[in-house]
Design a protein around this ligand. Structure first.
Ligand code: NAP
Length: 248
């Protein structure tokens, strides 16, 4: 995509954290942004205000993307409002961290449903529109944990590894419609998800990061923007934005 100007983008989980930074980054570039939220209505409306004050268009849409019908409605509402969809950013995610001894079946299923299945639901709903348009792009937000694993995150690491596999197959299948599909794998990033980590653990984490600090949401958002704007010949790939904590 040569320019973001006027492009229609959907960002899931865009009221807070990394999703918010992605929505604001793309909106600042001139994209028309659908700001999806699950429960953070007020924050999502703030994102819409920021984007519209910057001169572009935005719309907050509530949808729990772990529910296939709501995920499909999010895409249909986007097309009804803006007439097309150019980019889908699957960012919504949750953690329920417990060692396997304590991890319940429900904890496992909820994390898979919210992080992994949601990506399939939105992509499946967007596919007919991408086919009709003969173009589009998907960026899935995975995690370095999908490569490395992490104590207490069997469910999350499985979901995030699943996203990487899903991305590759979707890239192969959708290339014929001129659709690219890629992943961004953030390292530890300063958001609510990271804030809940105990201070002592944070000190240990920073020691493991070669660049000596956690990342910012803006740094993840810039990587997403790069894939959307300059990634026409990039598909099925994983872009690691992690300060060096994991190297392929
Ligand atoms: P966060 O601050 O906890 O925000 C999570 C976002 O996901 C919220 O906007 C939330 O929306 C949304 N969400 C969760 N379940 C949803 C659902 N079913 N439907 C719609 N929205 C849903 O997390 P974050 O750090 O920004 O994480 C964003 C993504 O980056 C996630 O996929 C996460 O796994 C990944 N990631 C984060 C880090 C990190 O260190 N922060 C590292 C690697 C990867 P509501 O508040 O509206 O419910």
């Amino acid at each position: 995509m040569a320019t973001l100007e006027g492009a229609v983008v959907v960002v899931t989980g865009a009221g807070r954290g990394i999703g918010r930074a992605i929505a604001e980054e793309l909106g600042a570039g001139g994209a028309r942004v659908v700001v999806n939220y699950g429960s953070s209505r007020g924050p999502a409306e703030e994102v819409v205000s920021t984007i519209t004050e910057g001169g572009s268009k935005a719309l907050a849409v509530q949808a729990d993307v772990s529910d296939p019908e709501q995920a499909a409605r999010l895409i249909e509402q986007t097309v009804a409002e803006f007439g097309r969809i150019d980019a889908l950013i699957n960012n919504a995610g949750i953690t329920i961290d417990r060692s396997m001894r304590n991890l319940s079946i429900e904890d496992w299923n909820r994390v898979i449903q919210n992080n992994l299945n949601s990506c399939f639901y939105t992509a499946k709903a967007a596919l007919p529109h991408f086919m009709e348009q003969q173009g589009g792009t998907i960026v899935n937000i995975s995690s370095f944990v999908g490569h490395m694993g992490n104590f207490g995150q069997a469910n999350y690491s499985a979901a995030k590894a699943g996203i990487i596999g899903f991305t590759k197959t979707a890239a192969i299948e959708m290339a014929r419609y001129h659709v690219t599909v890629n992943c961004v794998c953030p390292g530890f990033t300063e958001t609510d998800m990271y804030t809940v980590v105990p201070e002592k653990v944070k000190e240990q984490i920073v020691k493991r990061i070669p660049l000596g600090r956690v990342g910012t949401s803006r740094e993840i958002a810039r990587a997403v923007r790069y894939l959307i704007v300059d990634g026409d010949y990039i598909t099925g790939q994983t872009l690691n934005v992690n300060g060096g904590i994991f190297m392929m």
